[in-house]
Design a protein around this ligand. Sequence first.
Ligand SMILES: Cc1cc2nc3c(=O)[nH]c(=O)nc-3n(C[C@H](O)[C@H](O)[C@H](O)COP(=O)(O)OP(=O)(O)OC[C@H]3O[C@@H](n4cnc5c(N)ncnc54)[C@H](O)[C@@H]3O)c2cc1C
Length: 479
Amino acid sequence: MSSITSPDGPEPQRARSAQRARGGVGSDVDVVVLGAGPAGLGAARALARTGRSVTVLEREAGVGGLAASFEVAGIRVDHGSHRLHPNTDPAVLADLQALLAGDLQLRPRHGRIRMAGGFVPFPPSPIGVARNVAPTVTARLARDLLTAPLRRGQVDDTFAARVGHALGPTMLEAFYGPMVTKLFGLPPELLHGELARRRVSARRPSDLVRKALRRGPQGNVFWYPRRGYGQIADVLADAAVDAGARIECNAPAQRVDFARDDVRVVVDGNELRAGAVWSTIPLPVLARLAGGPVVDLRFRALVLLYLVVDVGRWSEFDAHYLPERSTPIVRMSEPRNYRTSADDPEGHTVLCVEWPCWVDDDVWNADPGALVAQLLPTLAAQGLHVPPPVEVVVRRLPAAYPCYDIGYDARLREVESWVHPLAPQLISFGRNGLFAHDNGHHALAMARDAVACYDPDGSFNVTRWQAARRGFASHVVED
Ligand SMILES: Cc1cc2nc3c(=O)[nH]c(=O)nc-3n(C[C@H](O)[C@H](O)[C@H](O)COP(=O)(O)OP(=O)(O)OC[C@H]3O[C@@H](n4cnc5c(N)ncnc54)[C@H](O)[C@@H]3O)c2cc1C
């Protein structure tokens, strides 16, 4: 177990945290937070600000979770393409603006997606498609738009049926279907309809048109910190420590036991006693550690390849979305294009490749060089010519995307009906803590809402927490 340090070397912000977070586990605290991603850090900071003693236990060597950043060849990179979306709750955004000061930049979105043999601005709209792909596809989209009112009645609760019903067969076949097949390793017919509700905000083709036309005067924009998306977690960690929280890295929770008056978390063979445990680790993992039901809720994994190439800038685009079957990856981003930063060195750039897989399958276990050799010709076939990289760095994320296969909902309910009655001793929230696809700003809003469940007398209002949880189910994810 260690205090906060970066796996890639000391950084000023983290060094400050390290000083204040040093020390072993062993003392009683009001709350133990499991996981130092945005949800855990946001909660730790807010709890500490109410005067509660808080210890955060993080399995990895640094903070940030899925939303962390680190350095490759002197360039800050994220775990795949990350943006702070403009629909972030205004209070959460104002807080981050204050914490990040001038480092939070408003940026124009400039990505593109491969569809029907052409490239279309991302997110795809019928207008963008009409301008960039074959007239036959445009004609089919126009037909889907006109026939939308005729698509009535009940549909199966699968991703394929829901998206096909809402947006028509062309968007399903050209974009959403192939994308989810690669992302989840299952065809859209075998994925639950809830995935469509959570990930596809448009309910009819006209919503896509309206959305494209409604983009404000600044166009399609996003927020991004100058030092990578993970700068959000870094400043939250420092703010949490400044408020009195302790953050222990390399400290995986190994067991959670319930006693009459407290909850005990075992880490490194030591027992930490807490009034409550707030968990943001994957819900099925929490169930295993805390004696809950063992159910088959799977996560799709990601192998991330960071290709260092000897060109100052590889393309003008921030990200390429690649749903087509002809390449195994789903997205390739160029981190330096997400921000303006004098820190980014000249002369070379990094491309971040997102390759979905299952933990322990052939891709997960493959040699990175072999993956790159397989990948580059598939990109070239799409007109994306990547020079041979001078360096390849790999990161493997075991729990990137909760897999909503058919029947997952009953299995999830089983774990939920175990965990929910354990409040206030144990609560679970955050993206994987809910087994949801939520964005980082959702995770931060959940942390805020959880802390707001304390009544003035210091007791945790379980009824309010239940209501907040129900509200989290309405989150719609942005890519
Ligand atoms: C490829 C990809 C792209 C994304 N793009 C965006 C985007 O553009 N915009 C956006 O807003 N969001 C995006 N997200 C989502 C964003 O990363 C998450 O919403 C956010 O990280 C969730 O924060 P969290 O704290 O809930 O969970 P996490 O970040 O998953 O943090 C959980 C923490 O728990 C730790 N942990 C696990 N097990 C244990 C244990 N036993 N003991 C102690 N610690 C443990 C983990 O190491 C991790 O640090 C993306 C996600 C992915 C995978």
